[in-house]
Design a protein around this ligand. Structure first.
Ligand code: NAP
Length: 493
């Protein structure tokens, strides 16, 4: 029986849209994009907290084939990313393929039919020749397991479920978390709250943010002469790559670059915070790069305001109107803001149950063996599956680098299939093992293996303590491999 769709893509964020654009280019028209949220854009649809902005320069944090000359700042506010996602969906005709408010519960490979059956909450299911999961890395919000939190009588808001109608003005607020999200949120809440206590478990490396407004005449120039914006993109990407390569990937040889990055962040903190005790609390004790660093000009300074307090004692419990720390202090609050991030390794690899050949369960297999995926895209035993949010897939600092490498991989793989008149691909165990070994070898040179990462509490590490999220190579390497991986690494039928 023929499958209903050429491909089902799970997720309508930038990853899913990139895959859809690529499959469309390859001539696949029967595409279905399933999305659990009520609109497209992924992260940039879900997140609406005050201060939300991209922390990678926008000329870089966008598809290279779809530059946007209209960014208002070097680091665009979140709403512009959402608009950009809408523009891309419109221009590439993706909306008609999308079905919103649709929760995919699982998918299994039907051997006799050589297709995937994708199960949807509510009992419905669809079939597709190819399955592409694009469910994001940071898409399962983490609510902290703190005693009494469910009995709190005030307002609780997770940053991924912002309540636009709730007014923080004059409120006594608490924020749990000091990751990249909190770094953006804290200065904004500090502007309006009567009192703000920030509960920090692990400090974060923060460097200055060269966050400039892009004047209209420059935007007009970008629109008229796209090459001008390409140059800006190349410079931004180059600097990020330098930071990533020297500070993180090649730590063994370029440890000095990592130290320079740390010094730069420390100097930034020194300029903004005069109190040595506060500075000490805000200074990480782990190596730069073990955990996602971020940029901000206003984060450290927020803590110098008299109504903003940094609390580093462990939270003991939450009561009906207060937070109590391990040292017995009790802080009364009206609103509890959870900037507690995401659960990656328990529920997100993969985000849905995927059953491949011979009943092989992807999540179980990853957990019982190692987290692994050939070139961060395909897995042996899972024919016709393109898994975008796989171990070792994240390349460079801009997610768009990852997406575009994966689009190239899809392009090469699907053309190879067409040349062989094949309908089914599967990566060989041998190729997968070779890639895994290479990645493990390269991680051995990185800050993850050689730096002081034990106290970082970083989501780059899985539950076995292995850094299996980032691809520990240069972006150039990822790009090169995407267009020249041996076609014999796959079987075709
Ligand atoms: P995160 O980096 O995982 O930070 C979560 C914070 O909550 C951490 O400080 C964590 O402390 C704390 N936390 C979690 N559970 C806790 C508990 N039970 N008790 C006390 N503290 C707890 O999450 P995020 O800040 O949402 O950022 C996630 C990622 O999103 C970033 O790394 C970045 O990649 C991305 N992001 C990007 C942008 C952008 O502009 N592009 C903006 C925001 C976020 P520990 O560190 O001790 O676990």
């Amino acid at each position: 029986m023929a499958a209903q769709y050429d491909a089902v893509i799970v997720g309508a964020g930038f990853g899913g849209m990139g895959a859809a654009i690529q499959l469309h280019r390859l001539g696949h028209r029967r595409l279905l994009i399933l999305e659990r949220e009520d609109d497209l854009g992924g992260t940039w649809h879900v997140n609406r907290y005050p201060g939300l902005a991209v922390d990678i320069p926008s000329a870089t944090y966008s598809y290279s084939f779809e530059p946007n000359p209209h960014w208002s700042r070097l680091f665009a506010p979140g709403a512009e990313l959402k608009q950009y996602a809408e523009h891309v969906a419109e221009k590439y005709g993706l909306r008609p393929h999308m079905r919103f408010g649709t929760v995919v519960t699982g998918a299994h490979w039907v051997e006799e039919e050589s297709h995937w059956r994708v199960a949807i909450a509510g009992g419905d299911s669809v079939t597709a020749t190819y399955l592409c999961t694009a469910t994001g890395f940071l898409s399962q919000p983490k609510v902290p397991d703190i005693e009494g939190i469910e009995d709190f009588g005030g307002k609780v808001i997770h940053t991924t479920a912002w309540d636009d109608d709730y007014d923080l003005t004059g409120k006594r607020a608490a924020i749990i978390g000091t990751g990249a999200t909190a770094v953006q949120l804290i200065p904004e809440v500090a502007k309006v709250a009567a009192d703000l206590t920030v509960y920090q478990r692990t400090p974060i490396w923060v460097s200055p943010k060269p966050d400039y407004r892009i004047p209209p005449r420059l935007r007009r120039l970008f629109a008229r002469i796209p090459l001008a914006q390409k140059v800006v993109r190349a410079v931004g990407s180059g600097l990020l790559e330098l930071l990533m390569i020297s500070g993180v990937v090649h730590y063994r040889r370029l440890r000095i670059a990592n130290r320079i990055a740390e010094r730069y962040c420390r100097a930034h903190l020194f300029r903004q915070v005069r109190d040595p005790e506060l500075r000490r609390k805000l200074t990480p004790d782990y190596s730069f790069g073990c955990k996602r660093p971020t940029f901000s000009n206003t984060y450290f300074r927020a803590f110098t305001k008299p109504h903003v307090h940094l609390e580093t004692s462990r939270i003991e419990r939450v009561e009906e109107q207060a937070i109590v720390t391990a040292d017995g202090r009790r802080t009364e609050i009206d609103v509890l803001l959870l900037a507690t991030g995401f659960n990656l390794w328990d529920v997100n690899f993969p985000a849905i149950e995927i059953i491949g050949r011979d009943g092989k369960n992807l999540g179980k297999w990853w957990r019982e063996n190692r987290f692994q995926a050939y070139e961060g895209v395909t897995v042996p035993g899972f024919p016709n599956l393109v898994s975008l949010n796989s171990p070792y897939s994240y390349s460079g600092l801009s997610y768009f680098t990852t997406i575009e490498c994966q689009m190239q991989h899809i392009d090469r793989l699907f053309r190879a299939m067409r040349a062989r008149n094949a309908k089914v691909f599967e990566v060989s165990q041998q190729a997968n093992d070779r890639f895994l070994e290479l990645m493990r070898d390269k991680v051995g040179d990185s800050v993850f293996a050689l730096g002081q990462c034990a106290t970082a509490n970083s989501y780059y590490f899985n539950q076995h303590g292995e850094a299996t999220l980032l691809r520990p190579t240069s972006t150039r390497n990822a790009q090169r491999e995407a267009v020249r991986f041996p076609l014999s690494d796959y079987t075709y039928a």
